[in-house]
Design a protein around this ligand. Structure first.
Ligand SMILES: C[S@@+](CC[C@H](N)C(=O)[O-])C[C@H]1O[C@@H](n2cnc3c(N)ncnc32)[C@H](O)[C@@H]1O
Length: 217
C-alpha cells in the first residue's frame, strides 16, 4: 500500500530500520538537520542521516582530493562528503538560493574541514565552468530539469576511476509509473543518457529517492 508521499509502507519501514541500525550522525549534523526542519520550507530536500552516512563512507574510502557538489541546500551532504577529504583536498559546492547562505556558513564554520570548504552562491550552469581543475567525486543534486546539462558540463572533468553521484533518480517512483510531468520525463531521459554513455559504468541504488553512482572509465 502507498502512503500519501507515494511511498510504499514497507519501504518507509525498512528505511526507518536502516536508520536505526546505522551509525548515528555527528552532533553538528544532528543540529543542522534540526535547524533545517525548523527554518526551511522543504527540509525533505536534505540528504539526511542514512544517505548522508552512505556519502560519508564513500568519501572516506575514496579519499577524494577534489569534490564538487551541485546543489548545497543547507550543507548536510557537503559536511558528510567533506569527512573523506585528505589534508590537501577541497570541496566546492554550489547553491543558487542566497537565503540559505547564512545557515550553510554557520555549519561549515563548525566543521574541522572548514578551510577546505568552498561555497559558491549562484547558478550552477554558469559557476561550474568558472571552477578550474579536475574532480574525483561529484554529487549532482540541484535542479532536476538540468541534470543532463550538469552531466555534460562535468563528465570530462572527472578523473579516470572517479565517481559521479546523482540524487533523486527514481523521483518518488514516478520513473516507473504513468507520470509524464517535466521533472519525471527529465529524470527518465537523464537515466537513459547515462546508461548509454560509454565514458561511464553505473549502478542505481534504491537508497531514499534513488542514488545513481557512475564510475568514470
Ligand atoms: C535537493 S537540494 C540539495 C540537497 C543537498 N545536496 C543535501 O544532500 O543535503 C537542491 C538544492 O539545489 C539548489 N539549486 C536548484 N537549482 C540550482 C542551480 N541551477 N544552481 C545551483 N543550485 C541550484 C536549490 O536551491 C536547493 O537548495
Amino acid at each position: 500500500m502507498e502512503n500519501r508521499t507515494g511511498r510504499n509502507d514497507l519501504f518507509a519501514l525498512l528505511n526507518t530500520y536502516c536508520d536505526q541500525h546505522s551509525t548515528p550522525p555527528s552532533d553538528i549534523l544532528y543540529q543542522l538537520e534540526r535547524e533545517t526542519y525548523l527554518k526551511t520550507l522543504a527540509p525533505q530536500m536534505m540528504s539526511g542521516p542514512l544517505q548522508g552516512q552512505f556519502l560519508r563512507f564513500l568519501s572516506l574510502w575514496m579519499q577524494p582530493k577534489r569534490i564538487l557538489e551541485v546543489g548545497t541546500f543547507t550543507g548536510y551532504a557537503s559536511l558528510c562528503l567533506a569527512d573523506g577529504l585528505p589534508d590537501n583536498g577541497e570541496l566546492h559546492t554550489i547553491e543558487a538560493n542566497v537565503e540559505l547562505e547564512y545557515l550553510i556558513r554557520k555549519y561549515f564554520n563548525q566543521s574541522p574541514k572548514k578551510d577546505q570548504l568552498h561555497l559558491h552562491i549562484g547558478n550552477a550552469i554558469t559557476i561550474i565552468p568558472s571552477i578550474p581543475g579536475m574532480f574525483d567525486l561529484i554529487f549532482l543534486d540541484a535542479g532536476k530539469l538540468d541534470y543532463a546539462n550538469y552531466f555534460d558540463l562535468v563528465i570530462d572533468r572527472i578523473n579516470p576511476g572517479g565517481c559521479l553521484l546523482a540524487d533523486n533518480v527514481l523521483w518518488s517512483g514516478k520513473v516507473v509509473k504513468n507520470a509524464s510531468d517535466n521533472d519525471t520525463e527529465s529524470m527518465r531521459a537523464f537515466n537513459r543518457k547515462i546508461s548509454e554513455d560509454p565514458r561511464v559504468e553505473q549502478v542505481i541504488l534504491p537508497i531514499r529517492d534513488g542514488l545513481l553512482m557512475a564510475r568514470k572509465i
